[in-house]
Design a protein around this ligand. Structure first.
Ligand code: FAD
Length: 291
């Protein structure tokens, strides 16, 4: 089942995102979460691409395991960070060798500890649209890209972000997935601006909050503001971890309902390698019975 077919199907697609584990113990926890989420029958699952050598190897390894050991369709993330074009070709070749045909093409973030500005590898690529073109030139791949409803932190403005997505579509991207969003209106603004010019389905990224400190740190890192209503609902229960989780699930359920009511092509859940909160949202939405 290829991704664009699912994204263009009448029912919305559902997908889950994981990050590469640090070690074998983390990998066991992750594979366990993946097996529990397998029964929700998502359209695809994705593994983010690590920032450095060993975590990048782990991404490739875990993505290959999903392809080999589960019934799930993997979407492999790939970034341009620290890689020459030859190295990028090599990773794409490794994916193809185990039958992985769906790749999310990303630029990646500048390595931490530097001055925060992006520097391309001397023999590498500068922007995600170039990676889309490279992957499409290497074979029969379905390529997706990143979108930023709250405007990419390095971007001058919303209009520039729209132009970047148009460029990615013209390079051969067939769908986009957003950075995590907490406000349906920012997602809809971007979706509609792109839809007026290209046929590029944009699926919102949703993260059920299970931990207030973690979400505050992530929202700062990713440049996704937390709306006042979200902050105050979480702050009201901050001392009670179970209540935080429940409120986080409620917020994600309401947001997902709003997105689906507005015709979002799918929902992409950022799971933080855990299954419980995501499965709860999923059940609240009544998706279990529908699939
Ligand atoms: P680009 O599209 O290259 O954009 C980067 C910046 O350059 C933007 O400010 C854009 O406006 C500008 N720009 C783009 N093209 C041009 C151009 N041709 N000319 C001038 N300016 C341009 N990071 C990881 O390390 N691993 C992951 O697995 C990962 N997965 C992600 C998944 C999703 C769904 C999202 C939304 C992000 C993910 N990221 C991941 C983070 C992402 O790599 C960073 O946010 C990165 O800073 C931007 O990536 P991009 O692919 O959008 O880059």
């Amino acid at each position: 089942v290829s991704i664009p077919t699912d994204l263009r199907a009448e029912r919305p697609s559902v997908s889950f995102e994981f990050f590469p584990p640090k070690d074998d113990a983390g990998e066991a926890v992750l594979m366990d979460a993946i097996r529990r989420l397998e029964r929700a029958r998502p359209d695809f699952v994705s593994i983010t691409y690590g920032a450095g050598g060993s975590s990048q190897d782990r991404t490739v390894h875990v993505t290959e395991r999903i392809a080999r050991e589960t019934t799930l369709t993997p979407l492999a993330h790939l970034t341009c960070v620290g890689a020459s074009v030859a190295q990028l070709r090599n990773v794409v070749g490794q994916y193809a060798a185990v039958g992985i045909r769906n790749i999310l093409a990303l630029r990646g973030d500048p390595p931490r500890g530097g001055d925060g500005t992006w520097v391309a590898h001397p023999d590498g690529l500068s922007h995600a649209d170039e990676l889309v073109r490279l992957i499409r030139s290497l074979g029969d791949f379905t390529v997706g890209v990143a979108a930023f409803p709250d405007v990419h932190p390095e971007s001058p403005d919303f209009e520039h972000d729209v132009e970047v997505l148009i460029r990615k579509a013209d390079a051969g991207a067939e769908f986009a997935v957003t950075q995590m969003v907490f406000d349906a209106s920012t997602y809809l603004r971007l979706r509609d601006a792109v839809a007026a010019r290209r046929d590029l389905p944009i699926t919102p990224g949703l993260m059920p909050v299970t931990n207030v400190k973690q979400i505050a740190r992530m929202s700062e890192l990713m440049g996704t503001p937390l709306p006042e209503a979200v902050v105050s609902r979480l702050a009201a229960v901050e001392g009670d971890p179970e209540a935080v989780r429940q409120v986080g699930v409620e917020i994600a359920t309401e947001l997902a309902e709003a997105m689906l009511a507005e015709g979002a092509p799918g929902l992409h859940f950022i799971t933080m390698n855990r299954s419980t909160a995501t499965l709860q949202v999923y059940e609240n939405l009544g998706l279990t019975a529908a699939r």
